[in-house]
Design a binder for this molecule. Structure first.
Ligand SMILES: Cc1cc2nc3c(=O)[nH]c(=O)nc-3n(C[C@H](O)[C@H](O)[C@H](O)COP(=O)(O)OP(=O)(O)OC[C@H]3O[C@@H](n4cnc5c(N)ncnc54)[C@H](O)[C@@H]3O)c2cc1C
Length: 438
């Protein structure tokens, strides 16, 4: 009885200062919504964003996930306010939507005088570096509170404390009562240490310098967006064969019909689906699928093949590498390649590396056991925060199963910001002026 009372109080506790790790689309969506709410006289937390590189860093060549030249898979109109259907404050929602539209993709184009051209060219998906420019424009327009530096350590006592280290090695301690983690973590991980096994960061670095090693048999490990972009690049190079290695039976094309898309834009029906149905939707539309655009560019290329299996061993063999592929119902197979790109993508639990032991223990207590992806995913509540923690820890990247498939990606950033900011009760105005201390 007493425990419930404590939890209920914690659930309703307003977040006064929200610290966000990473200045990507999610940070900008939440910061812009908070800016709009405050400018309309509504209560919203002060949002402070810490970014290791630059706003939109992961969409630029320096972020290690792209060369910046490849194109967004989703429509840019799924911008930081999409779907412009706020449910945040009864009676004020359309006003909030109108104010948010000042930071939309189309407003960005109008401001830069390129709107008509974009329409006349058939609304092309922008290159990743242009998407980063859009995010930078939003940051400037809302006067984003940005701290440039890498969050290296996070601990929780009665508030969140983050140790941030800048490019010169100087450390700062930031403190806030809510914390949101964004992004996929590091891109420098590679399956093996070998000059011909490239992490995705190394791959884009070399591709950008036009110095990818010459190869005749290339392999890309992974079946998602990261692998799709790498393949899109590799097919532009002279190679005899390019193999995509993934554990699934085939490379699926992302389901992009109205019915699938609408579940991403508006997750209102998500709760009514069984866990099995949710898994099915995510499998067909999100994890391990290539966008229709990437599939189309690969289909016509007879050098591209799919190999099923998990890579369980990498052995250098002269100038090439022998990869062992394991499948449950078949004997292991060995294939030789002279260039391997590890495009398996981000690590969902990457942020735990930053947590000290005491904070990890608190999280373990909240989720009810050792920190596994499944357990954390199931603990994500309506506001995209871990249920039962004394201070809010928002993990939208892990919210797909529990709350809706659009939250980890760019499908419903406006809904995401509504959910995150809903912890602040609409009735009480909160003064957040001094909440972050340096
Ligand atoms: C190549 C590629 C293409 C994609 N295309 C699409 C697409 O078309 N549509 C779609 O919906 N999704 C796409 N995705 C998925 C995409 O990553 C997510 O949808 C979206 O970018 C996530 O936004 P975010 O705000 O969480 O993080 P990000 O945009 O990834 O931003 C995270 C930021 O955190 C920073 N950072 C990391 N660690 C730290 C630290 N310790 N301290 C401080 N800052 C840190 C990084 O520098 C980065 O700027 C794509 C992914 C990849 C890899």
């Amino acid at each position: 009885m007493q425990l419930w009372a404590v939890l209920e109080r914690v659930e309703n506790e307003p977040v006064q200062t929200l610290l966000v790790v990473g200045a990507g689309p999610k940070a900008l969506a939440v910061a812009a919504k908070s800016h709009v709410l405050r400018s309309l006289g509504l209560p919203a937390p002060r949002v402070v964003v810490v970014e290791a590189h630059a706003v939109g860093g992961n969409w630029l060549p320096t972020g290690g996930w792209t060369d910046g030249q490849h194109r967004l898979g989703t429509s840019p109109e799924k911008d930081i306010g999409f779907p412009y259907h706020s449910t945040w404050a009864r009676g004020r929602n359309r006003e909030i939507d109108r104010a948010m539209s000042a930071y939309s993709w189309t407003s960005f184009l109008i401001e830069h005088g390129t709107y008509a051209e974009w329409i006349d060219r058939g609304r092309p998906s922008p290159q990743h570096h242009v998407w980063a420019k859009y995010l930078q424009w939003v940051a400037k327009s809302i006067d984003l509170e940005l701290v440039i530096g890498r969050v290296e350590q996070i601990r929780h006592d009665d508030r969140w404390q983050a140790r941030v280290v800048d490019a010169d090695g100087a450390a700062t301690e930031l403190s806030a009562d809510g914390l949101m983690i964004t992004g996929p973590g590091r891109s420098s991980r590679a399956l093996a240490e070998h000059p011909r096994v490239l992490s995705i960061a190394k791959f884009w670095d070399l591709a950008g310098k036009r110095s990818l090693p010459a190869a005749s048999r290339a392999a890309v490990i992974g079946g998602g967006e990261t692998a799709g972009s790498a393949l899109d690049e590799l097919v532009r190079h002279e190679m005899l064969t390019i193999s995509v290695i993934s554990p699934m039976a085939t490379i699926y094309t992302r389901g992009e019909s109205y019915f699938e898309n609408s579940l991403f834009s508006d997750p209102v029906k998500w709760n009514a689906l069984s866990i099995q149905e949710r898994r099915d939707v995510i499998r067909r539309t999100d994890r391990g699928v290539f966008s229709v655009r990437v599939q189309e560019s690969l289909l016509g290329d007879s050098r591209v093949h799919h190999l099923q299996g998990r890579v369980t061993k990498v052995v250098p063999a002269g100038d090439s590498l022998a990869l062992t592929l394991t499948n449950e119902l078949r004997a292991d197979q060995v294939h030789n390649f002279d260039l391997v790109v590890d495009a398996t993508g981000g690590q969902p639990l990457w942020f735990l590396e930053m947590f000290d032991q005491q904070t990890a223990d608190q999280l373990e207590l909240a989720v009810g056991g050792p920190l596994t992806q499944n357990r954390i995913e199931s603990s994500i509540g309506y506001d995209l925060a871990v249920n039962g923690l004394a201070s809010k820890l928002y993990l939208p990247n892990m919210a797909a199963m529990a709350q809706g498939p659009g939250f980890p990606n760019l499908s419903c950033l406006g809904e995401l910001s509504d959910r995150v900011l809903r912890t602040v009760p609409a009735r009480s105005h909160v003064s957040a002026a001094q909440a972050v201390s340096r």
